[in-house]
Design a protein around this ligand. Structure first.
Ligand code: KG4
Ligand code: ZN
Length: 351
């Protein structure tokens, strides 16, 4: 196997994106993403069974397209990589099964890797230069809200905190629903919020009170915020008042972003880490990027945000992480591993 710049194909199926990515070392050759988001729209959230079935249907065409885009043949691969967790069990199983079949039939080594660490791995594919250590990573999507301390991408990742209830993207989706906006809610809240006043309503900032900060300094909670928005809207609807949707959206968005960025910067300060990396679909939010940049600059922290196509779930980040592992001499996984919906972040790759 070429350990200097291995040619790796990555498979990602942990949630509603079927991702096939191909990298050579730190060079991105293909990043094909097929999303089943539209199929979940009428349910207002990702339905695991629907997602799993969609992966089954999307995998093969995505694989064919990725190989064609990269201009390679499967025989040339040095390794196959797959997300084995965390994520939705049924969805993960589709990717794990496909990856095992592919590795076995091609007689190639297989690397089962951690989805969350994969989000961090996406950064090495950018043109901002090598990822420096240590770095704090804030991952925000419809499925996760996690704060990581990354001392080394391939060997030392620590979970500092995560959401104790809803993920940040999930909160956007639920509040959008309350306001009568379509799924996925993030982009719609964002659009509506553009005309609103973020200071119009002071919504609660979850887990930021001194008593919460003792135990949950780096944890997040968005369920109380969602309930507060629901109550605020309900009271006015019942009174027959018109709902100032733009102000509600802007004030809600500000509350989420305030908590996300203040906790991430606090982690940078506490651990003396002058770097912050963002990842996950919520990074599409321009206001999040803006506030993160302002706060990072005033704290003397360098902010890194991969290209958006590498922020949402994708196979390239999985291939990139496996490529880093291979370059570090990591052994491939045995074929005995299974999908692990709660794989801890410390298990960067499964042996
Ligand atoms: O990473 P992603 O594409 O998929 C998974 O969660 O698996 O993230 C999707 C999430 C959704 O919850 C969506 O509402 C949120 O990201 N999102 C946004 C924006 N665009 C997408 N949230 C806030 N602002 C946005 N502009
Ligand atoms: Zn993800």
């Amino acid at each position: 196997m070429n350990r200097d710049a291995p040619l790796v194909l990555g498979i990602e199926t942990s949630c509603d994106e079927t991702g096939i990515g191909i990298v050579r070392g730190r060079e991105l050759l293909a990043n094909v993403i097929a999303s089943s988001m539209d199929e979940h729209a009428r349910y207002g959230g990702v339905v695991p069974e629907v997602a799993a079935r969609a992966h089954l249907e999307a995998l093969r065409p995505a694989l064919t397209e990725a190989v064609a885009t990269a201009g390679i043949t499967l025989d040339e691969l040095d390794a196959v990589a797959v997300t084995s967790g965390p994520g939705l069990s049924g969805a993960l199983m589709v990717g794990v099964g496909a990856a095992k079949a592919l590795a076995l039939s091609l007689n190639k080594p297989l690397y089962a890797v951690n989805h969350l660490v994969g989000h961090v791995g996406a950064d090495v594919l950018g043109d901002e230069g090598p990822l420096e250590y240590p770095t704090i990573a804030l991952l925000v999507s419809g499925g996760h809200t996690s704060l990581l301390l990354v001392r080394d991408l391939t060997s030392d990742v620590e979970l500092l905190g995560e959401t104790i209830d809803d993920a940040a993207g999930e909160a956007f989706d639920k509040v959008a629903r309350i306001l009568g906006l379509p799924y996925p809610g993030g982009p719609h809240i964002d659009r509506v919020a553009a005309d609103g006043d973020p200071k119009a309503i002071r919504f609660p900032r979850g887990l930021t009170l001194p008593k919460d900060m003792e135990k949950h300094r780096y944890d997040f909670s968005f369920s109380g915020l969602k309930t507060a928005v629901a109550r605020w809207v309900e009271v006015r609807r019942d009174a027959g008042e018109e709902i100032p949707i733009a102000d509600v959206a802007a004030s809600f968005r500000e509350a989420v972003i305030d908590v996300l960025t203040s906790k991430a910067i606090a982690a940078c300060k506490d651990y003396g880490v002058p770097r912050l990396l963002l990842g996950g679909g919520v990074v599409a939010n321009a206001r999040l990027r803006e506030v993160a940049q302002q706060r990072a600059t005033s704290a003397g922290v360098e902010l890194r945000i991969p290209a958006f196509s590498l922020c949402t779930d994708n196979g390239a980040m999985i291939a990139a992480l496996a490529s880093e592992l291979i370059m570090e001499g990591a052994e491939p996984s045995s074929l005995n591993f299974g999908a692990d919906s709660t794989l801890p972040v410390t298990d960067i790759h499964v042996h």
